[in-house]
Design a protein around this ligand. Structure first.
Ligand code: PMM
Length: 285
């Protein structure tokens, strides 16, 4: 997934989510054995995932953290098996120890939702490897993030741009080359629903930081709020149509990587975007 200085992407990559957790908000407990997670990863590859993102810690609002040994036990065997089969694997972790073990097991990308804030040593681990690094906008762990949704006085777009820019500076200072860094607005992390929409509307502002972008909107609660009826959010398993509409727009706008649960639906949307982009009106008689 390593790229040069980004222009608007012609090809949007799909990162399929494999949460090896008992408690993730949309799929917790479904793939929480090594066998189930590996089988799910293979299924996502068959559906056209370019990358598999393996995570062992739920970041749902209010979640408590697993201990390091537990997180390692969850993700390392899954990464080893999927990477051995030729998959491009990303590890979704905030911990240096887990990132190091994941890279040793064959992962090529470290997806750190804290952008190096939770455990700054993770940046040294990445700098000492050839791995790519995803730095997401983040303010606090899941048990406290609801207390950090104040973006005054500048507003969420300016604040996220500034705070992500500071994380990027730290990543570069640690020795990770810019070509290996992806930036992510962190939808749903210390964000009210309207914050997510503002960020999506202004996604090009983050491109000014000079890195390709990754966006994870799949099944998130701001989609549930958008589709609420009488104040009841649309259930997690009924948000996919809205998500496909969103990823279509993001692909048109050149977002480089989409982190999704439903790879097949996302692939279909990308096929539509590519067909329209490549069609030349008047070419056929
Ligand atoms: N969201 C979740 C977990 N990891 N990583 C990145 N880079 N971006 C995200 O938006 C993101 C993430 C939480 O969603 P999940 O529980 O469905 O995995």
């Amino acid at each position: 997934m390593s790229q040069g200085v980004p222009s608007v992407a012609r090809v949007t990559r799909v990162m399929g989510i494999v949460n090896v957790t008992p408690d993730s908000f949309s799929d917790g407990g479904r793939w929480d054995t090594t066998e189930a997670a590996v089988a799910h990863g293979r299924e996502l590859l068959a559906q056209g995932a370019d990358v598999l993102d393996i995570g062992g810690e739920s970041t749902r609002p209010g979640a408590t953290r697993p201990v390091v040994a537990e997180e390692l036990d969850r993700v390392v065997p899954v990464i080893r098996e999927l990477a051995a089969g030729g998959a491009v694997v990303s590890v979704d972790t905030m911990r240096a120890e887990v990132a190091a073990a994941a890279l040793a097991a064959g992962a090529q990308i470290v997806n750190d939702v804290s952008g190096g804030l939770a455990d700054p040593r993770i940046l040294d681990v990445v700098a000492d490897s050839d791995a790519s690094y995803v730095a997401m906008h983040w303010r606090a762990h899941a048990d406290r993030m609801r207390d950090f949704t104040d973006y005054s006085p500048d507003g969420v777009v300016a604040a996220v741009r500034r705070e992500l820019g500071e994380r990027l500076d730290a990543v570069l200072a640690a020795g990770v080359p810019r070509e290996r860094v992806f930036l992510d607005p962190g939808l749903g992390f210390a964000k009210q629903p309207r914050h997510n929409w503002e960020l999506l509307a202004a996604i090009d502002v983050l491109r000014e930081l000079g890195c390709p972008l990754l966006v994870g909107a799949s099944r998130k609660s701001f989609l549930g709020s958008l589709l609420a009826v009488d104040g009841s959010p649309r259930p997690v398993d009924q948000r996919e149509h809205a998500h496909v509409a969103l990823v279509t727009v993001l692909a048109v706008r050149g977002v480089e990587v989409l982190r999704v649960h439903d790879v097949r639906a996302t692939r279909d949307a990308l096929a539509v975007v590519a067909a329209l982009r490549d069609a030349t009106p008047g070419e056929t008689a």
